[in-house]
Write a protein that binds this ligand. Structure first.
Ligand code: AMP
Length: 515
């Protein structure tokens, strides 16, 4: 960690909790305490009187009233439909709320380190698509940070594990946090981290288990003559019920049964009943774990027979039913040496140290390591099919490809002296345009400016599409006849904030007190 360009930290920006870590001079990861003395900060923001209050005080506020308390924004990163309106009428994006959290944890980290933090590696679920990764970068930018890398969480967890075990072999990481699920298979050999397969769901996590418990409790309360939380005029009723449900869920990880106290008396639930409530959600993780193993078998011959380690990360993996499920699928007892809440931040710090060492041209304090990741989602371009009768999605970089990745395709102009060509770029692996996401804002496509005439009909344009190391898409075009570059193509993304909006939100954040 050098101070030349400002300090760099690793940040696990979680749905429910956020953690910051650095690698110390001896190469050991250290999770930094926040101003409340805790290793993790609740990812909850309370907006009041021009202030953004982040973490435990915001979480406590929710018990009094959930008005203007915003939480669980991560699954909504990059979602153009999602806005939280506060009582002053302001509309907040998930990126802005995340920026408040990032600002607070970096200020606390700076206090702990005694120097400003200006740069960060931020982790994201492996299954986050490019819009969500870009949104995470935007959140960092709004917070005034230089985001040096957007790193997949299971890869980060494996890096943290690999700090101790350089030759862990074939490893499966099952990562179930507060709002997202990932499963990744990788090989760790001689300090090289090679991701082979990944699957997941960006909208599945511990908060869904809380929802199930809340619905269960609310139904019981109403059955027994109590008031429905959905109609309750007390603004803190939902927050308190939620808090009790989450706390009961935590206790169920250690005890056979747990109770919550409500206006109709004590409600008790046991482990088996809880398992039944979340059964279908657990099964979804089973399907994805099997899918990741299938891909790993196909690509690298990694199967349950030659898996060396199974790592659990994310707070929800403390649930016994989940440990049993993972053991059953993999045939191995999961390794519990990683701290479920801190490992990802530690791995992000390790990646930050690797980048810093590379930039300073020095040996990293954690030894020589390389990290090679893959993209979970394919990248393509829509064109007319060969019969010229219907649109088809041409996958140019398939999901599961190593990143960075680059590929090109030739397109042909359709009229004499055509001035622009429209290109629809997609994320997804299906050949049907309806089954993939067009990432450009204008659904007709990104305009590629062509050189001035003469440019006869059916002239080739070579379009090169790439995923960078952050799995963010870049497009360049060239004149197919001469090879002359037509430049980088700016993609106005459908799902993201415009650069102007990012600047505006950044100025807004600087004006507010964030604490
Ligand atoms: P993370 O995003 O990794 O911080 O995970 C947070 C999630 O883990 C939240 O949904 C927590 O409620 C959940 N969690 C934390 N501790 C436990 C526990 N002891 N039992 C069950 N879930 C837990």
């Amino acid at each position: 960690m050098t101070e030349q360009n400002g300090l760099i930290v690793g940040i696990d920006l979680g749905t429910t909790n956020t953690a910051v870590a650095v690698i110390d001079e001896t190469g050991r990861p250290e999770v930094l305490r926040n101003s409340e003395g805790a290793n993790t900060t609740p990812s909850v923001v309370y907006l009041t009187n021009g202030e953004a209050i982040v973490g435990t005080p915001a979480r406590h506020q929710r018990l009094v009233s959930d008005t203007d308390v915003i939480e669980r924004v991560k699954p909504h990163m990059g979602d153009p439909e999602w806005r939280r309106v506060t009582s002053d009428g302001e509309r907040h994006t998930a990126e802005q709320v995340s920026a408040f959290i990032l600002r607070k944890v970096c200020d606390d980290a700076a206090t702990a380190l005694g120097s400003p933090v200006t740069r960060a590696v931020i982790t994201v679920p492996a299954y986050f698509d490019e819009a969500r990764r870009q949104a995470t970068r935007d959140a960092g930018k709004i917070a005034g940070l230089e985001v040096e890398r957007v790193l997949s969480e299971p890869t980060a967890a494996a890096l943290a594990y690999g700090l101790r075990a350089r030759d862990a072999g074939n490893v499966l990481v099952y990562d179930l946090g507060g709002g997202t699920f990932d499963v990744t298979v990788l090989r760790i050999e001689n300090g090289d981290f090679d991701v082979v397969a990944t699957a997941g769901d960006a909208q599945l996590g511990g908060a869904d288990f809380d929802d199930r418990l809340e619905t269960w409790a609310n139904t019981k309360i109403v059955e027994q003559g109590g008031s429905d939380v959905d109609d309750n005029s007390d603004p803190g009723a939902r927050g308190r019920l939620r808090e009790q449900c989450e706390s009961a869920k935590h206790r169920l990880s250690n005890t056979e049964s747990a109770s919550i106290f409500t206006e109709v008396g004590e409600l008790t639930i046991n482990r088996d009943e809880f398992r039944d409530l979340i059964h279908d959600l657990l099964q979804r993780t089973r399907v994805m774990t099997k899918e990741a193993l299938r891909q790993a078998g196909e690509k690298a011959g990694i199967t349950t027979d030659n898996l060396d380690e199974v790592l659990l990360v994310g707070g929800s993996t403390r649930i016994p039913a989940i440990r049993e499920l993972v053991a059953e699928i993999t045939g191995k007892t999961p390794n519990q040496r990683l701290h479920p809440d801190e490992a990802v931040a530690m791995g992000a710090a390790a990646q930050a140290e690797l980048l810093d060492a590379e930039a300073d041209d020095r040996e990293s304090t954690i030894g020589t390591r390389s990290v090679s990741d893959i993209t979970a989602h394919g990248l393509g371009v829509i064109s007319l099919n060969s019969e010229q009768t219907a649109d088809v999605n041409n996958v140019i970089i398939p999901g599961g490809s190593k990143i960075p990745a680059q590929s090109h395709q030739e397109f042909y102009t359709v009229v004499e002296d055509q001035r622009t060509a429209l290109m629809r770029i997609t994320v997804g692996d299906h050949s049907s345009p309806d089954r993939v996401n067009v990432i450009t804002e204008d659904q007709r496509g990104v305009p590629i400016p062509l050189p001035p005439a003469p440019y006869p009909k059916e002239s080739p344009i070579r379009v090169t599409i790439s995923y960078d190391v952050d799995a963010i898409v870049h497009v360049t075009a060239a004149d197919g006849r001469t090879g002359r570059s037509l430049g980088d193509i700016e993609i106005e993304r459908a799902n993201n904030l415009s650069p102007d909006e990012v600047d505006r939100l950044s100025t807004d954040l600087q004006r507010r007190t964030v604490r």
